[in-house]
Design a binder for this molecule. Structure first.
Ligand code: NAP
Length: 322
């Protein structure tokens, strides 16, 4: 094991939960920016750091790498998605990048299921009306949503989270379609999922749930044209990344009755959420809480720390991206 200088500096750009932060503090000097850290503060904080702990709200780009300087060895992202990290710039700088897969798979899939049910059954709308004092008594025509049982569900991206979501649907007796870059024969035989092109999935599914990473290829995967292909009763669920959905087009489809409902956890440009989406009907909106369970978030924090410690001890990190 390589000797690790106790002087090694870890810059936690915003926040790392104690489960992980304590593991780092036991070994290294730790600086923490806090949840409200501005970009300027983060740039100052990383100067001379051996490791940077980032999260989806922290852009790790050439500017940040330059500010950190040549001693930087690892960027550990407190998330499984790493679209906030410029991987090419990290590679060029010889900096390792790690993420936190697996430990948040179930939590995120369960939130996707929660949003599927809440959006399909208009739970958000109904609850808002009740709280606002608009409930006038049992109404047979009000809040008529859709059942998941017997529905066709289209899973876009059958990776870890998409697959777990598909497994959770088993009790609902839903039909499963999926689109993916590569076939998943095991999921096809075990879950009865059928692989189709995205266009066919959009046209046939009663629920479309997104589970692909954000990339140049997937930006606005769901745009006005994709929404036009979907059934006017369909439910769109996005627990992946905001960049996948054109929010202006989605708000218009909801407003104009061209889409049944939407359940969203992530937004392009978050934490800002466009007014037109907030005003749109039949949308359930959560503030990026996919992995927000005690179990998942603590395990993610520990995973972050384990990756940092491995790199600084000269070992291969358990969850390398670069
Ligand atoms: P994963 O196991 O890597 O699964 C992603 C899947 O997407 C893979 O099966 C991959 O296909 C597929 N894919 C990638 N690019 C594609 C494309 N252009 N077209 C079609 N399919 C494509 O990742 P995961 O652990 O399930 O996480 C998925 C995403 O969820 C993360 O990237 C993250 O952004 C998001 N997430 C959000 C939250 C939240 O808090 N809301 C929490 C956790 C994760 P192949 O297998 O064929 O390569």
């Amino acid at each position: 094991m390589e000797f690790v200088s106790p002087d090694a500096v870890i810059a936690i750009a915003r926040n790392l939960l104690p489960a992980g932060a304590e593991l780092l503090r036991e070994r290294f000097e730790v600086r923490e920016g806090g949840l409200d850290a501005s970009r300027e503060r983060i740039i100052e904080l990383v100067e001379g750091a051996d490791a940077v702990v980032a999260d989806p709200a922290v852009a790790v780009d050439e500017e940040l790498l330059r500010a950190a300087g040549p001693g930087l060895r690892v960027v550990a992202n407190f998330a499984v998605g790493y679209d906030n990290v410029d991987l090419d710039a990290c590679r060029a700088a010889g900096v390792r990048v790690t993420n936190t897969p697996d430990v948040l798979t179930n939590a995120t899939a369960e939130l996707a299921l929660a949003l599927t049910l809440a959006a399909g059954r208009l739970v958000g709308e109904a609850e808002r009306d009740l709280r606002a004092g608009h409930w006038r008594g049992w109404d047979p025509a009000a809040y008529r949503g859709q059942e998941l049982s017997g529905a066709t569900v289209g899973v876009v991206g059958l990776g870890r989270i998409g697959r777990r979501y598909a497994e959770l649907l088993a009790g609902f007796d839903a039909g499963l379609l999926y689109s993916s870059r590569t076939p998943k024969p095991d999921a096809e035989s075990r879950l009865g999922a059928r692989r189709v092109e995205l266009e066919e999935l959009l046209a046939r599914a009663d629920v479309v749930s997104l589970h692909v990473p954000a990339s140049a290829e997937t930006r606005h995967l769901i745009d006005a044209a994709a929404l036009a292909r979907m059934k006017p009763t369909a439910v769109l669920v996005n627990t992946a990344r905001g960049a996948l959905v054109d929010l202006a087009a989605l708000a218009a489809a909801l407003r104009e009755g061209r889409l049944g409902a939407a359940g969203l956890d992530v937004y392009e440009g978050e934490p800002k959420v466009p007014e037109e989406l907030l005003a749109a009907p039949r949308a359930v909106l959560t503030p990026h809480i996919g992995s927000a369970t005690v179990t998942a978030r603590d395990a993610m924090a520990i995973t972050v720390a384990e990756n940092v410690i491995a790199v600084l001890e000269g070992r291969e990190p358990p969850n390398p991206v670069v």
